[in-house]
Design a protein around this ligand. Structure first.
Ligand SMILES: O=C(O)c1ccccc1N[C@@H]1O[C@H](COP(=O)(O)O)[C@@H](O)[C@H]1O
Length: 210
């Protein structure tokens, strides 16, 4: 089955080109100021997005003012809600901006998968990411994995994407074990926090699509 890759935390034209050249389907901008990958709506809007690359805006419990600004400046394919957004807030964002919404759920154990049922009616996609470690300053982008065997044999009504600590070395195993057809990575593809490495991006996409 064909796989789809999202590379998140892009901050320059070179990042975007590397992601497109590698064969990824999605690129992500992080609009969260506590992240080393943060970018402003103005800076993101000034970048050149290669044809065919679908851009995703990652936000964390964003209010309408921030989302208004992002959507005014940046041509988007999808909004990724990576905070504690309720199902009602997901529905509100989807209706207000007329864009597909991907709700992120943080997974540490089997009990966390129950929340998927709460969001399937309102979100276009679900992302399953590792729960952030205690004391972390951000809810994602920490390079942590979760127990992928929790997803074995599971099926949901909405498309879903696997995230959390995926690397060029483990992505094929994660894909084969979980059956994920959409795979997302960020922090493992950097030479230092916030600085993407085109060689690692290429290796990740090649391994995910192999
Ligand atoms: O990347 C960040 O700094 C970030 C900040 C706030 C919320 C999410 C963030 N990152 C996203 O988390 C997942 C997993 O990342 P990683 O591969 O484990 O580094 C991914 O969607 C990132 O874009």
């Amino acid at each position: 089955m064909k796989a789809y890759v999202k590379i998140c935390g892009l901050r320059s034209d070179a990042d975007l080109q590397a992601v497109a050249d590698a064969g990824a389907s999605y690129g992500g901008f992080v609009f969260f100021d506590k992240s080393p990958r943060a970018i402003t709506p103005e800076a993101a809007g000034a970048l050149h997005v290669p044809a065919g690359l679908r851009m995703v805006a990652l936000v964390v419990d964003a209010d309408d003012a921030l989302l208004d600004k992002i959507t005014q400046h940046v041509a988007l394919h999808m909004i990724q809600l990576h905070g504690h957004e309720t199902p009602a807030r997901v529905a509100e964002v989807r209706a207000r901006y007329g864009l597909p919404v991907m709700k992120v759920l943080s997974i540490a154990g089997a009990e966390d998968l129950a929340a998927i049922a709460d969001y399937e009616d309102v979100a276009d996609q679900i992302m399953l990411d590792a729960k952030a470690p205690k004391g972390a300053t951000r809810p994602g982008g920490n390079g942590n994995t979760f127990d992928w065997t929790l997803l074995q044999g599971r099926q949901w009504r909405k498309p879903w994407m696997l995230a959390g600590g995926l690397t060029p070395d483990n992505v094929a195993q994660a894909r084969d074990l979980t059956g994920a057809v959409q795979l997302d990575a960020s922090s493992s593809l950097e030479s230092s926090p916030g600085v993407k490495d085109p060689v690692r991006i290429r290796a990740f996409v090649a391994a995910a699509l192999r």
